[in-house]
Ligand binder design. Sequence first.
Ligand code: 5AD
Ligand code: SF4
Length: 441
Amino acid sequence: MNSYQGKTYHVVTYGCQMNVHESEKIRGVLSRLGMNEIDDIESADVVVFNTCCIREGAEDRAYNNVMALRPIKEKNPEKIIILCGCMPQQKEGKYKLKERLPFVDIIIGTHNVNQLDQYLLKYAINRERIYDIIEKPIGSLDNNNCIRDDKLNAYVNIIYGCNKFCTYCIVPYVRGREKSRTAQDIYNEVKDLVQNQGYKYITLLGQNVNSYGKDLKDKMSFSELLTYLCTIEGDFKIKFMTSHPMDLGDDLIKVMKKEDKVAKALHLPVQSGSSRILAKMNRHYDIKHYMSIIKKLKHAIPNIALSTDIIVGFPGETEKDFNQTLKLLKKVKYDQVFAFMYSKRTGTPAATFEGQIDDKEKNIRLNKLLRLQKLIQKDQIKKYFNKTYDCLIRHINGVAVGITDGGKEVYIPNYKYVNQNYFAKVKIENIRNHKLSGVIK
Ligand code: 5AD
Ligand code: SF4
């Protein structure tokens, strides 16, 4: 019995899938203290803000939302507010959180969030504010019976941290160096998710999954890990993110092609279409190399769904560089593009680069790029005609729908379904109003 038994909690998450999954683990920790999750942030006894600092906007949003709780905390001093994750882990963050958020009771970083229950128990005894940012990870949150958001797709961490140091990116500073989980640990988790919990998709997570295993005593490459996980019996698919073009080898393309259980979808951030800018970003590849990977992928897996990340307005990006990015989009024809305006992150090399571009110009470039990509995606729909895709069959609003690995919905009229949530081949026979329909083969 502890003083949190029967109390309520609410977790607010900012940022990437890694953070979303970390929050699932935090919910597991809080539930094991005997607490119940509720939707209402204002009445929850404990509120956790799991933060992100990849761009300024993410930080501003988190800061403003924490500030909005101040009057509630003043009315109810018993309420416990916790801030954790990437934002407090920064050495020179925009916000001086310790001083500017005096009403926040517990502030911890990325490396000690796994001790959250210990901090809460300590706080219950002393009622003293806790501010603890440490530089090296201790233990991990793995195998913690997390409470997952989704019933179909489960996130599984395979590697933490990043060694790449792209010049714009704060991640290596707040998440530390690469640290892989053992293949056996990952295998056991995936097997349980698929065979005991009925998950259909497993999404393997890492800042750079292609670096997997380099730091392990029993070395194993990412493609070997995939092959190993595909030996797990069951009707499921494996997705993964994020891949780095520099580390993506032919071995991975081979495994993606060969293994039915590996989804035919790849998120491969290019960041810029200009080799000059890529060099300044410290990405370790040029456009020629990137395009050679895309070519090999499309050749080996014609149905592959490709997505990417792009940064517009990196310091020194000229009209010419930007146009090269537009040209790249036209060439690759991604199924999805996540584009961001460059955001200056204090402590990263690019923050001090000359040629910083003003927000207005970045905005113009971003909108131009998004408009182009919208047209490309509209046009891309044609490629589905008469092709057969491996789909997850679901019932949506009483209709049978197949979901491709890239997330496209294919309506299956005239299908007398008996069950759902299984994989089947679907041939697309019709495209009307940008909607696909087809038949199960
Ligand atoms: N500014 C804008 N976008 C960034 N990203 C990373 N750092 C920054 C930054 N400083 C983007 C990259 C990365 C994605 C997760 O976020 O495109 O792939
Ligand atoms: Fe950031 Fe680059 Fe590492 Fe991705 S690979 S997390 S962009 S430093």
